[in-house]
Design a binder for this molecule. Structure first.
Ligand code: ASP
Ligand code: MG
Length: 406
């Protein structure tokens, strides 16, 4: 018995039957004597449909009005779910983000939660009501509705769990948990029983779509007891925690792929101090995140610097560099957006040499050329041609997970 926050994603509430199914999961938890706060996403493709609707009216609509529109998707699923719970005979109340006290900054479309004034939620829980809260949204200091960015309902749920000091935060979704690779594309992908916050954060950031990465960051910071679980099968899910007991022989937890990346190479830069500083501070000032960075050794008083950016930032990065061509004296810029980043993640690689070599061997055996490499304590990423990405993931996954016999 305790306080449980349960979050249900868009596919879990896509139609009337699924909403009834979710209502049953919530009321079963409640009838076992728990206090329950449920956070819901919009039904199915509702958010995409609303974006398309706005584009028909005004493709350049302000972010403020977009948030006003997008926040309605979650209101629909939450009120419908509350009605389904009423029909099952349990006390329930649905609340919007602002009614639940979710206060954010003013970055409409990608707002961050600053604090949650959860008095109303606590009052309702004290009255023994099940509380349903709209995910993905809050209110800024001007009383405008804001949204947290696509996939943000996970973050709403974890934030509420942190503030309410919930005993457990369950993220219900359409898969059984966190897998060693995307089970839709990779044969032999396996569900993990446990994964660390750090690994999950890397995987979420590197392209695994199971959790919003900001939700993992927050779960780690507030040590929220987090679990990813299927709303369809009832099978045990994946626990996300600080330290996991069973570290598999493979030393890695997963393989991820990110096709939304592009590589920029600046060829023939002046080989003098301060060039990297100037290039990357310029990009930082324009709000462009840089990922893998590679610098060649200098020759003939010149050097090359290559790096990757998110595909959505490519045009802006290119323009910024062109504008400053004189400052950096580069000879030419080479851009390639036909690339993908493939990564392995695992806390087990810290103390085990040879993990990266094994990854490279898998790629060599599959005859896949590596264009760039970057490593951190718990991950190795390589850049490969986009058309090779799926084969690369499969080859690496086979090497680490399917050849381990003991
Ligand atoms: N409905 C929002 C989206 O589609 C938020 C979420 O589902 O987490 O991105
Ligand atoms: Mg999601």
């Amino acid at each position: 018995m305790g306080l449980i926050v349960q979050k249900f994603g868009g596919t879990s509430v896509a139609d009337a039957d699924r909403i009834r199914n979710v209502a049953r999961i919530i009321t079963d938890t409640y009838r076992k004597g728990n206090r329950v706060v449920a956070v819901l996403s919009a039904q199915g493709d509702t958010t995409d449909d609303l974006i398309a609707k706005a584009a028909e009216i005004n493709p350049n609509a302000s972010k403020r009005e977009m948030d006003m529109l997008l926040s309605t998707g979650e209101q629909i699923s939450c009120s419908l779910c509350a009605m389904a719970i009423e029909a099952l005979g349990c006390p329930v109340v649905s609340l919007t983000g602002w009614q639940a006290g979710v206060q954010t900054d003013s970055h409409c479309g990608n707002a961050r939660i600053k604090r949650i004034q959860a008095d109303r939620v606590r009052r309702e829980l004290d009255k023994k009501a099940i509380v349903i809260v709209t995910g993905f949204q809050g209110i800024n200091k001007y009383d405008d509705v804001t949204t947290l960015g696509r996939g943000g309902s996970d973050t709403s749920a974890v934030a509420l769990a942190a503030v309410l000091q919930a005993d457990l935060c369950q993220i219900y979704t359409d898969v059984d948990g966190v897998y060693t690779a995307d089970p839709r594309y990779v044969t032999g992908a396996r569900k993990l029983d446990e994964i660390t916050f750090d690994e999950m954060l890397e995987l979420a950031t590197l392209g695994a779509q199971v959790l919003h990465n900001r939700s993992v960051e927050m779960a780690k910071r507030y040590n929220v007891n987090l679990e990813v679980i299927s709303s369809f099968t009832g099978n045990p899910g994946t626990k996300v925690k600080e330290v996991v007991k069973t570290m598999e022989k493979t030393h890695i937890s997963g393989v991820a792929k990110d096709k939304d990346t592009a590589r920029i190479a600046l060829v023939g830069l002046a080989d003098e101090p301060g060039i990297a500083f100037k290039v990357f501070s310029l990009l930082a000032r324009r709000g462009i995140n840089v990922d893998i960075i590679l610098q060649s050794i200098g020759r003939d008083a010149t050097k090359d610097i290559s790096f990757t950016v998110h595909k959505g930032d490519l045009a802006a990065a290119r323009a910024a560099l062109e504008e400053n061509r004189e400052l950096f004296h580069f000879d030419h810029m080479d851009v390639n957006d036909n690339v993908a980043k493939v990564s392995i993640v695992g806390a087990g690689m810290i103390n085990n040499p040879g993990v990266a070599a094994r990854m490279f061997e898998a790629l060599y055996s599959a005859n896949i050329n590596i264009r760039m490499i970057s490593t951190s304590e718990i991950k190795v990423s390589v850049l490969v041609d986009q058309q090779e990405a799926d084969r690369a993931v499969q080859a690496i996954h086979d090497r680490f997970f399917n050849e381990v016999k003991d």
